[in-house]
Ligand binder design. Sequence first.
Ligand code: ASP
Length: 409
Amino acid sequence: MDKTKKHLPLATQIFIALVLGIITGLCMQGHVEIAEGYIKPWGTIFLNLLKFIVVPIVLFSIMSGIISMSDIKKVGSIGIKTVVYYLCTTAVAIVIGLVGGNLFKGFFPILETSDLSYEAAPSSPFMDTIVGIFPSNFIAPLSEATMLQVIVMAILIGFAIILVGDEAAPAVKGINSFNTIFMKCMELILKLSPIGVFCLICPVVAANGSAILGSLAMVLLTAYICYFTHMLVVYSLAVRTMGGMSPVDFLKGQLPAMIFAFSSSSSVGTLPINMKGCEKMGADKEVTSFVLPLGATINMDGTAIYQGVCAIFIAACYGIHLNLSQMITIVLTATLASIGTAGVPGAGMVMLAMVLASVGLPLDGIALVAGVDRIFDMGRTVVNITGDASCALIVSNLERKKAAKKDAS
Ligand code: ASP
């Protein structure tokens, strides 16, 4: 075999596919049905494969992550750091969204709002949401891909294995072996990502190209400015101060996952590529295998920004003024809403209903942004997965420092 033969790195291939997909999409603007009928299905096949692999990856990687720490205290220490980081950055993200929305409010168009209609799904009471996190059946969470329940299962079984000790040795071997097998499957699926990216982005551009130039350009621009601000300021600062890493290196290393998130609009689908990227940047495997699957499910800073910007936008369109206490309510509900948002395309828009309802804004307003939701979604997913990655690097660094300190004493 010719070992000197060079292949383009996957990240470069994905980037080329993205550019080609956008160009093809622009050329196909008058032929949306062709793009959606013949190109999109290939992208859907690719997304289906990712969805297929995500449940076993989350289940086995969290279990093997917990087992490899072999100490419940360590799991607790990583878990607390992760959850605190996720909650704080999400709250900051909504504040950025609200500030950005207010700064650019003057540029938002006052749209004709009389003929809008949007059927919001009935939102469930808060306690029902909490109860829903805990599985009542072993198979259903796996078959229905209810990710929060899958995470609870993985954590519970992982803890039990540590507590059982030697007797669980065969299970440990089995879980680690399955983890390796599913990771290999994922690697094979990821080889298809350039094709997947091309086929996913092309129909989006073909269908939305002209809408971007239309009246919604300003609110889209506002959301994207906030997305960039959050990544360049909050994550860069966090990675620099707590992660001991240069922000430039971080953003560079994160690029392949970002491109993938941008075209797939799915944090959960980007999980495998994000894990690989973080490990390449120096995050510990035991940390990434716990922090990233959790983040892909509960940490959605981009979604939070989007909800802040859209709430201001919708209020402006209806001529409603939001006061400070309503803004604080938005911060609280959007934090919860982003936790409950599934890492799949379009989920954030559904949760927007919860945020609007919390401050009495008309749910019909969602129809204003629904047409271009995919464009919001591409950017917010990039922020979502970048937040997860920054957390993995920071927690790895903090844990390493802690271990070094312990060794020295
Ligand atoms: N698509 C986003 C994600 O997967 C969720 C959302 O719709 O906000 O991260």
